[in-house]
Each structure stands twice: as C-alpha cells, then as structure tokens.
Design a binder for this molecule. Structure first.
Ligand code: ADP
Ligand code: MG
Length: 731
C-alpha cells in the first residue's frame, strides 16, 4: 500500500465501513465502475442534494476545506477537474531522472538514517542498476522508517531536485514495489491549503462511483454534434488512460474536454432561452407609435437639425416596434462612439411620453448625465416636456422637488445618475428605462431600475446603450437574452480620426501642435495619465499638467476638469469648453464617456501605454465628431511592454470599434472586458470564449433543438449544470 507523507487521516464514517475497507485496500480507487455496478449507499437517494460530507466527518476540517473548494455534493466533485496529471503507470530508471520532472522509480533501499543536523530528518537512498537517488523527509512517521528499511524494495514517486550529492526527492511518496502499477494517469486537482491530493482524489473517486453519471443529452444530439458520452468524458478527465494524449488534456482540446465545455455552454444557452421565454410571458405597457404629425415623436423628428442616418432609422424602427408590444423590451443599442445613439434614445422616450408614461434615463457619471440633461432639454423642453434631474450630489432639499414631481407624474422624463434607483425614488407611471453606457452598471442596478415599473405590469421596457461593441461570441453568451440593435454607420460628414504615436520626448512638438490647432479655430483635449495606484496622485498629476500647459501656452484659454471637482464647477468647465470659451481642456478620464464637443478636433493622450484598448477607443471617440479633420496623439513613454505595443499598434491601425473590441478580448479575456459580475463569465468554468467560439454556435443550435424536441432532457441538463444559479442570467 502507498503511504503518503504526511499521511492523510482517512475520515470515512463508520456506517460505510465496508466501502472504507475497500477504499483502503485498493488505496487509490482510480478506475471506478459505472454506477449501478455496486450496491447504492443510502445517501445517494437524492443525488443532487446528497452532501459529500457524508463520507467525511461532518464539521471536520476536511469538510470545511472541501466546502471551500465548492465541493458539497457528489455532483460538485464530478466537475472538479484536474489541473494536470502524474504518470505513475511507468517506472523510470534513476539514471534518467530529470530535475523538476515528476517521475516514479523503483529500487532497493541502500541507506536510511535519522539525521539530527541541521534539524531532525529522515534521509534515505534507493538505487537501481542505473543510479542512486536520495530521499529526504523533514517530518516522518516511524512507519515510514520501517518501510525504508535497508534492503527492502520500494517504489518512490516525486519530483527530483538537484541536491548537494546528486538528485534527491523531498517528501516523495513511497510504496511497496510489489503493488501493481496503475493503469491510468493520476489526477492532480486544484486544491486549497491543507487539503492533500490524496484526500481529494479519494473524495472525487467516490463521487465518480456514486454520483449520477447518466447522460443528459439524447443520443441523437450527441451523435449530431459528435460528442462522447458524459460518463466516459468524466472518467477520462479524472483518470485518463495511460496512453492518453496529455497534451490534448492540458490544452483542453481532448474530446472529453469538448464534451464538458459543450455541456456547460449548452446549459448557458438553455437557461438564457428560458429566461427569454419567461420575459415574453411578462407584461409591460404597450405603447405603439401613434399616427399623426402632432405626436411628440413626430415633432421631435421634424425639428432635429439633421436627418437620421439609415442605420439610425432602422434601429428607431426596431425599438419603436418593441415598445408597441405588451411585453418588456430588453434591447441593447450598440453603436460605436459618435454613432448617434442619444437621438435614438430621445425618440424612444418621446414615444413613451406620447402614451403618458414616464421615462428614466440613467448614466454612469454625472458629467455624462448632465450632458444628456442638456441635450434632451434642448430637444424636448421646447416641445413642452417636463424634465427633472436627480443626482447623488443634490442636497436633500434640492431633491425634494424632482422627487415630488416624479411621484405625482408631473415630471415626464427624469435624467440622472444611479441616484435614480434609490429606494425612496418613486415613479407615478414609469414605462421606459434607458441606461447609457450600460456596461458600467451591474446586474443589480439594472434590476433595481426595472423594479420601479408601473403597478399592474410586471415589467417595463428597457433600452440599454453601449459604445463598447461586443464581439459576437460574447454577445451570444452574455447578452443572449437581449435583443441587439446596432448602429453600424457613423452620421455623414465625419472624417476619420488620424492617430499618431509619439514618443514622450517629443512633447514640445506636441504642445506646439496644439497652438497651431487653436490658431486655426479648433479646440483640443489633453488627457492626463492614468495613475492606477493612487487617485490622489492622479489628481495631482492632472493639476501639475494643467499648470505646466498653462505656462507653456500663455495665449490659450486652458481649463481643467477631473472627477474630484465639485459638480457645479465641473458643469461650468464643460459648458465653457462646449461654448468655445476655452481652447484647451486638460482632463482626467472623466471625459472618457459620452462627452460631445464637435469643435474639438485634437486630442493628446499622455502615457497612452497605461490605458486599455477600450478606454483609448472611448477617449479617441471624443474627437472626430465634427467635419474637421481630427487628430489623436498617443504619447507614450518607452520602453513599451509587448502588450502595450500591441495596443498602441491597434489604435494606430484602426478606428473600427468592433475590431478593437475583438483585439481587446484577445489581449485581456472576457472577464475583464465586461466586468466579471455581469459578464456571465463567472458561470463559465470550462469553456473559454476566446477559443471556443465555434462551440458556442453549436451549443446554441443544440439548445434550440432540445427545447423544441426534448424538454425533459433540458430539465435534466440544467439541473446538473446550473443548480440554482439561473438568476445570474436573467438580468
Ligand atoms: P454616441 O452614439 O457616442 O452617444 P451621440 O449621440 O453623442 O453619439 O452623437 C454624436 C454627435 O453626432 C452628436 O453631436 C449628435 O448630435 C450628432 N448626430 C447624431 N446623429 C446624427 C446624424 N444623423 N447626422 C448628423 N449628426 C448626428
Ligand atoms: Mg453617448
């Protein structure tokens, strides 16, 4: 029998002694039989709920550690997949051992002694025909000493290291040389401190033998998508055959991995489809676009200073049709920066107001919310719409009026920040909620806004705007319950922004460039460097930059805006810049989202290498909004990291937000891309959206088929994969 060092304490309950004895005898239950091949223990009756702790002492350390890993039920254990494998099916010649490479050797013990210096330790050696290997144990049991008696033949496994006198293994696992060699690879699981692999392996092997491994996919589905069986896949993943291609397993390209990833993505697609169906069954006020030239909608359209682009017309029609239905709209309006999403939102608002419903417009920052207030005010106030404003920085007294106007129904449109979703905010008849830059909000915030809906309906219409284009794979997983409208062309008359990469040492030339642009009647932004470690430092940098630029450009009117500026001052600076009373605006990233000043045609971004791609794209989107040729100067400090180089090159090469988003996804991964909380990524343990895009398509097709043909299988599949986490997907 193998002994480990330090030895795990077996903690099987007395009630399952027969199994426990069996487990001890074979020590490594590495190739469990299919379920049903042995008598079922009673705790298996309710498989999904049965706690794994039934085989460890309840309340024990081990149970706590298992829980820490999320392992409560046999079903949890099934999906706790190995990080890698150790090959114990072969014995390596001692002479061929390589430092750092796990191996198993067999030989005769040639030495075994307890040394007292530098500390008490057991030092032994084993030899075969090809060489000798030292073994060292810093803690040991008398049983190990006996096992390593000089002259006995042992099998030793571990990772050899270069020692003072040749190779040695520290705390190797030692067993008798007569035991049969395992036929399958040994899994190494992700674990937590103090939980030995041996215990995890035993737990998981037991789970494999006892949990429900029945296939949740109908045979025809498996065949059509060329998937291996669920039970086979899991057995192969936990204890692969000795000849398995370890490379495929490690790269997650093995057929068994494909099955697990497919199942996971399928569960996600199924639950999204169900959430969508559930939404269709909820009711929301129907507000179809009314006929006649005197509606607010038509009057707004008629007085716009421009004609809607084709793309805008199309998305307006899509949204308009949604609003006319008696089910909650949940639509994502995507469009690159400057595509003209705001006017689309305003038209949606007009349609709701035409039906006597209130509209809420929520933006993630105060600057952006204020800008919307101004724009909506410009467009809708002259048409008689009563607009209210609510932000976190309003005093309690100043809030009283908008709150009362909302509750009474007098205010038809409210614009604001997250203050809108506070508990005491009550609407009279909220029918449509619009969120701008929706990826900045969490699921909870969007749900909270939805809860403010009108009595009598169990949903309101939601329009979510985003300038962060989402690669298709992500949209299909994360936003599968959203309908997506895309503005895929910029309004006419825009000239693409020219992007220049300039080394920081040429700063003086850049400053001179600003002067020239201003002389020509243009305005410019100077974006201060991001200082991630410290907000205070970032602020200081902005103030310093402002002072330096003001000194360097004495003829120019220079303004400064940053997040810590009091609201009123911030608004005043923005207003002045917009009105052309300032030539140069020094800013922190507060201007990243949404700010719209068409006459600004030059942007300098300092330390551009510190910014992410999405952020750079957003920032650059602040220029190129008018008809003048715009320039974005990305100033960087050498040397650049590999990733920073790639980012800057991408920015130089393209202004296509979609392409940039895809590169961003490749560079950063989806979690960061959208913020883990709302990305749904948290639910994907096995599939990787960067690599498994094709699998998403297949899972989506399979989901549609199963929903139509195999509702029972849908249920079984979701029960296995989601287990109570469905809510994540609904928002
Ligand atoms: P974003 O999609 O980034 O929110 P905005 O809605 O702020 O973009 O629009 C950018 C600018 O383009 C605004 O000044 C807006 O008034 C203007 N705009 C929007 N649609 C059109 C159009 N069809 N023709 C000309 N200008 C437009
Ligand atoms: Mg916008």
């Amino acid at each position: 029998m193998w002994a480990t060092s330090p030895r795990p304490t077996p903690s099987w309950p007395s009630s399952s002694r027969s199994r426990s004895r069996h487990a001890r005898r074979s020590a490594w239950p590495r190739c469990p039989r299919a379920p049903g091949s042995r008598s079922k223990p009673s705790w298996r009756s309710d498989r999904s709920e049965a706690v794994v702790s039934a085989v460890v002492d309840p309340g024990s350390q081990i149970e706590r550690k298992l829980h820490k890993l999320g392992l409560r039920t046999p079903a949890d254990c099934l999906l706790h997949l190995p990080l890698r494998y150790e090959d114990e099916t072969r014995v390596t010649d001692i002479g061929r051992l390589l430092p750092g490479v796990f191996a198993q050797v067999e030989g005769e013990v040639t030495r075994c002694e307890v040394q007292m210096r530098p500390r008490r330790q057991l030092v032994a050696a084993v030899a075969d025909e090809t060489g000798e290997l030292a073994l060292r144990f810093l803690n040991f049991y008398p049983s190990q000493q006996r096992q390593l008696a000089v002259g006995s033949r042992v099998r030793v496994r571990g990772e050899p290291r270069g020692g003072l006198f040749g190779l040695e293994m520290v705390h190797p696992r030692v067993g008798g040389a007569d035991a049969q060699l395992p036929q399958r690879l040994t899994p190494v699981y992700p674990t937590t401190q103090g939980l030995a692999q041996s215990i995890l392996r035993r737990q998981i092997a037991a789970a494999l033998a006892q949990a429900d491994l029945s296939d949740s996919l109908p045979d025809v589905v498996r065949e059509r998508w060329g998937l291996c069986g669920f039970a086979d896949a899991l057995r192969e993943l936990h204890t692969p055959a000795a000849d398995a291609t370890v490379e495929d397993l490690a790269q997650h390209t093995h057929p068994a991995w494909r099955r697990v990833k497919f199942d996971e993505l399928l569960a996600q697609q199924l639950s999204l489809a169900l959430a969508r169906a559930e939404r269709r069954s909820r009711r929301a006020p129907a507000m179809p676009r009314a006929a006649g030239a005197d509606t607010l909608f038509e009057r707004l359209l008629a007085q716009l200073p421009f004609r809607l682009s084709k793309a805008q017309q199309r998305v307006v029609a899509e949204i308009s049709a949604d609003l006319g239905r008696a089910h909650p709209m949940q639509r994502l309006l995507q469009g690159d920066v400057g595509a003209g999403k705001t006017v689309v939102a305003a038209l949606a608002a007009a349609q709701a107001i035409d039906h006597g419903y209130q509209v809420a417009l929520m933006a993630p920052t105060e600057i952006l919310a204020e800008q919307h207030l101004r724009k909506f005010g410009e467009w809708l106030a002259p048409l008689g719409v009563n607009i209210a404003w609510l932000s976190g920085s309003l005093s309690a007294k100043a809030r009283r009026e908008p709150l009362a106007a909302l509750a009474s129904g007098e205010a038809q449109l409210i614009v604001g920040t997250q203050a809108l979703i506070q508990e005491h905010v009550q609407f009279h008849r909220l029918g449509l909620a619009i969120t701008d830059e929706q990826h900045r909000f969490g699921v909870g915030q969007r749900l909270a806004l939805r809860e403010k809906g009108v009595a009598g309906a169990d949903g309101i219409h939601q329009l979510m705007m985003s300038a962060t284009p989402i690669p298709r794979t992500l949209a299909m997983t994360v936003y599968a319950d959203l309908d997506v409208s895309e503005i895929d062309e910029l309004p006419p008359g825009r000239t693409p922004v020219l992007t220049k990469l300039v080394n920081d040492v040429r700063r003086d030339e850049v400053v001179a460039r600003i002067h020239v642009a201003v002389e020509a009647g243009r305005q410019a932004y100077w974006v201060c460097p991001l200082v991630e470690e410290s907000e205070a430092l970032e602020l200081q940098t902005a103030v310093d930059t402002f002072e330096t630029l003001r000194a360097a450009l004495p003829q120019l009117r220079v303004g400064l805006v940053h997040g810590k500026l009091p609201t009123a001052e911030k608004a005043e600076v923005m207003r002045a810049f917009k009105a052309g009373e300032l030539d140069l605006l020094v800013a922190t990233t507060v201007i990243e989202v949404g700010v719209d000043v068409p006459n600004a045609s030059l942007m300098v971004i300092e330390h551009a290498e510190r910014f992410g791609l999405a952020q750079l794209h957003q920032l650059r989107g602040r220029v190129g909004r008018g008809s003048a040729e715009s320039i974005c100067v990305l100033m960087y400090q050498a040397p650049l990291s590999r990733v920073a180089k790639q980012r800057l090159r991408t920015m130089h090469e393209t202004t296509d937000g979609f392409l940039i988003a895809q590169r961003d996804l490749a560079l950063r991964g989806p979690g960061e891309f959208l913020g883990v909380r709302q990305s749904g990524e948290a639910l994907l343990r096995f599939a990787d959206l960067r690599e498994d895009g094709g699998l998403v398509d297949e899972a989506r097709e399979a989901a549609a088929w199963m929903l139509a043909e195999y509702p029972d299988a849908v249920h079984a599949h979701l029960a296995r994969w989601l287990r109570g986490r469905e809510n994540f997907l609904k928002a």
